[in-house]
Design a protein around this ligand. Structure first.
Ligand code: FAD
Length: 524
């Protein structure tokens, strides 16, 4: 009885909302009503607005005027055509309507409001993925590719693919990110050295441009849009479907963490291993730092070894962790141990400090989920994350290590979070894509993934990031930031360097009213 009454009230409220035009703020600060005749599934309740105003970074807070929960791609196209101000849906009103901003939002795992649209409309891409027909992930009959609704999380792509014995080849560390969100940046991780970033493993995209045009693009069809959108920070269009390359899925993984006290040996071994990009090499390579002035997480290691690992860190102040994985299945089972032995025999790690886990492929790829669960249980997930991600040219990594790791990080009274440190190969990237990398064959992925909370506020942690950037600038180390957020035009121009003119030209071509992803602060 109470449930029925509750449902009737909700139905009445929904009916009322659907009969009330939605109020949006235009770019000029004018009130714009989304007319009912647009027939859009728009939410304006406080919960939906609040959810769309926050992101993982937990630093910014930007309320949209409304959230679109589309049930079809045509709804998104209709919204964008209306946002361009060129349409009159009220029949007879004269002159172009004012324009307003629109941002696609995947999982909102951005750091600085990149998926926000202050006063405008946030498009919830999860709704579109849920409404996808016949399914959000459709594997081709021959298993060579998957057509994926862009709002789908990578973990769901993985689940659907492994059921068919296939898998995408390039992954991020964390899988609860949307396909459209990572393709708008790059999508990097331990497989990048071998297969390139996720943006190098896409055959085709469906995109709704800033003008509201629905276009299919690929290296052959509308290549300007295709390459522009990959790493394009949501500036040229909203990706609605991506055709992702697949390969045979292994069933199990030998996952190793190998500890070094000597940086030059660590660097030499990492670079040697990423030079082996054929089947004889490792399938995954990353690296991270364990520092005595931070939390030393020994949970990967056997219980009986955790104390000596912690002592090693204390004795040396810093330990470099090489993380590698080799996939296998029934056919390669008989030789897997031999292969691991061959790959690691000549490595210069601290004797007795190589640890191997044998885990299912799915669990390996989804490993960060366990960390998330742990942090959530401690109340440490929804805290500010002033993360700094940079790509450092291989030729300057020793200077970077000496100045930033030894000079800055180890001299802090304490450090928080995880520090990623691993090289990757430039030749696996296509320079026509929008993402920027250093112009060298090998560059390092450095992630200072700090979390605020407790006594430390995020501004204090941000100071360290500023010092890192400043050090690189003063030393002439030509880094490129990843997942960056600049507020000054000159920083964007510098970031894109020789590609800036092309980036701007594509903006004028595909989103001339500059409506899309305003939270990136590139064209505001
Ligand atoms: P959102 O935050 O929702 O959006 C990001 C940007 O893309 C916004 O500008 C948005 O407007 C735009 N956008 C979203 N969807 C679309 C679409 N369909 N079409 C066009 N534009 C769109 N990155 C890596 O590369 N490697 C990692 O290993 C990695 N690990 C991470 C781990 C954690 C715990 C977190 C929080 C982030 C990690 N990231 C990593 C960063 C992540 O790739 C980016 O933050 C990515 O944008 C997140 O996807 P999202 O769906 O949450 O995007």
């Amino acid at each position: 009885m109470t449930t029925n009454l509750g449902l009737s009230i909700i139905t009445l409220i929904t009916l009322f909302i659907s009969l009330t035009p939605t109020l949006i703020k235009s770019d000029e600060g004018i009130d714009v009503f989304l007319p009912i005749s647009l027939n859009l599934t728009v939410l304006t309740d406080p919960f939906s607005i609040s959810a769309a105003s926050h992101d993982f970074g937990n630093i910014t807070d930007e309320n949209p005027g409304a959230v679109l929960c589309p049930s079809s791609t045509t709804e998104v196209a209709r919204l964008l055509r209306f946002a361009n101000g060129g349409f009159s849906y009220n029949g007879g009103s004269t002159g172009p309507a004012p324009t307003f901003k629109v941002a696609a939002r995947g999982q909102g795992h951005s750091l600085r409001g990149q998926a926000s649209a202050p006063g405008g409309v946030v498009v919830n891409m999860t709704c579109l993925a849920k409404a996808a027909k016949p399914a959000a992930v459709v594997i081709s009959a021959d298993g060579t590719y998957a057509d994926v609704a862009a709002g789908t999380m990578w973990v769901d792509v993985l689940k659907a693919a492994v059921e068919r014995g296939v898998s995408p080849v390039s992954w991020t560390d964390y899988l609860y990110l949307s396909v459209g969100g990572t393709l708008s940046n790059a999508g990097i991780g331990g497989q990048t050295f071998r297969h390139g970033p996720q943006i190098s493993n896409v055959h085709e995209l469906d995109v709704i441009t800033g003008k509201g045009e629905m276009m299919t693009c690929s290296p052959k069809l509308n290549p300007e849009l295709f390459y522009g959108v990959l790493g394009g920070l949501g500036q040229f269009g909203i990706i609605t479907r991506a055709r992702i390359a697949l390969d045979h899925a292994p069933t199990r993984v030998k996952w190793s963490r190998i500890l070094y006290s000597d940086f030059s040996a660590f660097k030499r071994d990492q670079e040697r291993l990423i030079s082996m990009t054929n089947d004889l090499g490792v399938d995954f390579l990353e690296g991270q730092l364990m520092m005595s002035n931070g939390f030393v997480d020994t949970s990967f290691f056997p219980l009986s070894d955790q104390t000596r690992v912690a002592s090693l860190v204390n004795d040396h102040r810093i330990i470099y962790v090489l993380e590698v994985a080799k996939y296998y299945d029934r056919t390669t089972l008989p030789i897997i141990d031999q292969v691991i032995d061959m790959l690691t025999r000549t490595l210069g790690f601290a004797p007795g400090f190589m640890f191997v886990q044998d885990v299912p492929y799915y669990d390996f790829l989804n490993r960060v989920r366990n960390e998330e669960d742990k942090l959530r249980s401690l109340g440490l997930w929804e805290v500010p994350h002033p993360w700094l991600n940079i790509f450092v040219p291989g030729s300057r990594i020793i200077d970077f290590h000496d100045g930033v790791i030894n000079g800055l990080l180890l001299n802090q009274t304490s450090t928080t979070g995880v520090t990623l440190f691993y090289p990757t190969n430039r030749n696996k990237w296509n320079n026509r894509m929008s993402t920027m990398t250093p112009d060298e064959d090998v560059f390092y992925v450095i992630g200072l993934l700090q979390s605020a909370g407790g006594s430390q506020n995020w501004q204090e942690l941000e100071n360290l990031n500023d010092k890192v950037i400043q050090f690189c600038e003063n030393s002439g180390i030509k880094i490129k930031e990843y997942l960056m957020h600049y507020t000054r035009k000159e920083d964007w121009v510098k970031h894109f360097g020789p590609k800036w003119d092309d980036f701007l030209r594509k903006k004028i071509l595909f989103d001339p009213k500059r409506l899309l992803s305003p939270g990136q602060d590139i064209f505001n």
